[in-house]
Design a protein around this ligand. Sequence first.
Ligand SMILES: NC(=O)c1ccc[n+]([C@@H]2O[C@H](COP(=O)([O-])OP(=O)(O)OC[C@H]3O[C@@H](n4cnc5c(N)ncnc54)[C@H](O)[C@@H]3O)[C@@H](O)[C@H]2O)c1
Length: 324
Amino acid sequence: MRSIGVGVIGAGVMGAEHARLIACEVSGAHLAAVADADLARAEAAAQGGRTMADPEALIADPAVEAVLVASPDATHQRLVLAAIAAGKPVLCEKPLAVSTDECLEIVAAEARAGRRLVQTGFNRRFDPAYREMKAIMDDEALGGVRILHCQHRNVAAPAWFTGAMAVTNSLVHEIDICRWLLSTEYSAVTVIPSPAGDPVLFVFETEAGSLVSVEVFMNAAYGYHVHAEAVCVKGTIAMAHPAPIRIRRDGAQEGRFPENWIPRFRDAYRIQNQAWVDGIRAGTPPADGSTAWDGLVATCLADQVVAAMATRQRIPLTLPPRPC
Ligand SMILES: NC(=O)c1ccc[n+]([C@@H]2O[C@H](COP(=O)([O-])OP(=O)(O)OC[C@H]3O[C@@H](n4cnc5c(N)ncnc54)[C@H](O)[C@@H]3O)[C@@H](O)[C@H]2O)c1
């Protein structure tokens, strides 16, 4: 089968990693072009390939058969709509767009195109640890999940980070992965900030009757740490320590934490991108990939959780009607 020409938009932290993965680690695809408003960044990420500053020119380029969007959140909707209009499959980093209305326009445009073109980059669905947790949950040997406890800790929030971004940028990953793990939708949320404002505790109720607790700690200092533990009827399923090795010395044992999400989720990004390319080649998008609708759900719920932060009240969570 032929190789798919992928164009990457945005060559920052995530885009440079996606470009490297397409060029070096994903089979059945090649890096056709990289676009970044900062041309020097595009050149650094392009592995000697074509570069441009204009993302619309990349989408229109005949050598680009599929588009990977890794530019800032606010640019996503315009670029995803342009890719759909060009009839090109698009893998868009999370969030799909910054408002529910923007996401609805994408869902409607894809429906008009008549085929699945959009995958939202909720990479954790391809992370081996989350996938193993889901397989054990779905097997039901441990009974149903009563509570799913999650931790999402970053070393330090950047200076430009706002309280709402703890939800729209970080918690949004748990919003997607937990509804995927539990195969259910959320019915309500309660938000309890710590007295210092960081960390914040989120407690979701689900339609399936299980609870989801998420601690988001933007300034956890010690490392990047994402963890989940499912408390089931007959046992628990917990992620092991993220470090692949343990060091024992001086009467103690240690395992290092990564600095950020790239080392922790490198396998997930690679497996996600490979599944996306395989889906394009086979004409069948990956079954577990996050769709445009899943992207809308995450953005829509994140907006409601931000509103709940202000009230500290338990609020019901709702979704707009799903277009046919
Ligand atoms: N899936 C994940 O785990 C994960 C992790 C971090 C970030 N993200 C998402 O990835 C996206 C990129 O984040 P990042 O951390 O790489 O950001 P970044 O700031 O490091 O990089 C963004 C790049 O986009 C370029 N850019 C800005 N406007 C542009 C435009 N209109 N056209 C083309 N290029 C443009 C900038 O010059 C920059 O190089 C964001 O949407 C973010 O939410 C996802």
